[in-house]
Ligand binder design. Sequence first.
Ligand code: AMP
Length: 416
Amino acid sequence: MADLLKSVRGMRDILPDETRVWQSTERLIFEILEEFGFEEIRIPIVEQFSLFQRSVGSFTDIVQKEMYVFKDKADRILALRPEATAGVVRAYLEHQLYMRKKITRLYYSGPMFRYDRPQKGRYRQFYQVGAEIFGGESPYFDAELIIILGNILQRLDIKKYIFEINSVGCDRCKVEYTGRLQQFLSPHKDGLCHDCKLRLQNNVLRVLDCKVASCRRILEDVPSIQKILCSDCKKHQEILYRTLEKIGIEFVENKNLVRGLDYYTMTVFELKINNEENAVAGGGRYDNLVADLGGPKTFAAGFAIGMDRLCNSVIPKLENKMSIFVFFLGQKALQDGITLVNQARNNEIRIIADYTERSLKNHLKIADKEGAEHVLILGEDELSQQVFLYKNMKDGSQRKIRFEHLSNFLKGLRNA
Ligand code: AMP
């Protein structure tokens, strides 16, 4: 036998046992987003590399180390999207969606790509469902995003969760904090890792993300941005906190939370569930991004849920659709049976046909092995009598169902 090819490192197959959980979880999330007035947008996986440089940030790990970048045949420099906010903003501008509504609520879902080190809950192709609100300045929009995530947790029956929230400040606060951070870190420069030495010059906020132990030690006494937030940023944060308290959503302030993307302003947050170290969702406000990408000044905020992590941690209630197995004995039964069964199909029952020629005994053996509870058989005799033979595999009972009654019989089986 030829050598079997394997999936690419960091990429994986999601098999039917898992996709069932994924589908029902996705459906639930889409339903909730629609309930809040979000509309779906579908954007390409491939975008211009410069889009991510200009939005996620040239000095972020995502852009510097983790992007799949390639040239197409016309020498365009393209990238597989590492996240979708940049693409959604690009589409929002390209199609002038800001002309249609004062507040635009969009959601998306699909694969993202980051050349990260694969480990538990970290893949090179992973899936996100995300939501973005454009045009809302009030902190209640930030609150709405967290409330949506709270509703999702509630409907998934996840009780152990915590939102970590911080503010990275407005433009003015960010500039001031950058100076403070440089002042604090400069004397420790020799102790910083190679990357952080560069970050110190280029984008010092990113030092706060560093996972290297020596950097983490230096960061233990880092001054908090909370101390220098302006009154507007403070007020914004206070309203958000009070709203979440009122609604009863569990959160803590994490003064070091900055997130790995440059575009955030003011509110940033992450959601952790079941005491897991890795965040399941992250988001925040990005009031400059639309203008930075060439659009009008537009307030904006959003979140992205990591579906791989969410689906690994939850056991959603599965929709239990009834299955009925059907097989045919002989060519004539097959020819007529396939159309008869097709007429009886409806969206409440799963009809799984096996068109392989086998003996009745073998068909039943396989149906039993595969856990079938309900079986329909069509052989030469049944065909001449214009009936299907129905067999209940659980109690062994069987009965004849006239062709014209098949549809109603299946409905009755579903409601029994
Ligand atoms: P981010 O786009 O970095 O804000 O991440 C939002 C969420 O996406 C995270 O909280 C994770 O759940 C998920 N995520 C990010 N990177 C990965 C990855 N490499 N593998 C799996 N999930 C990821």
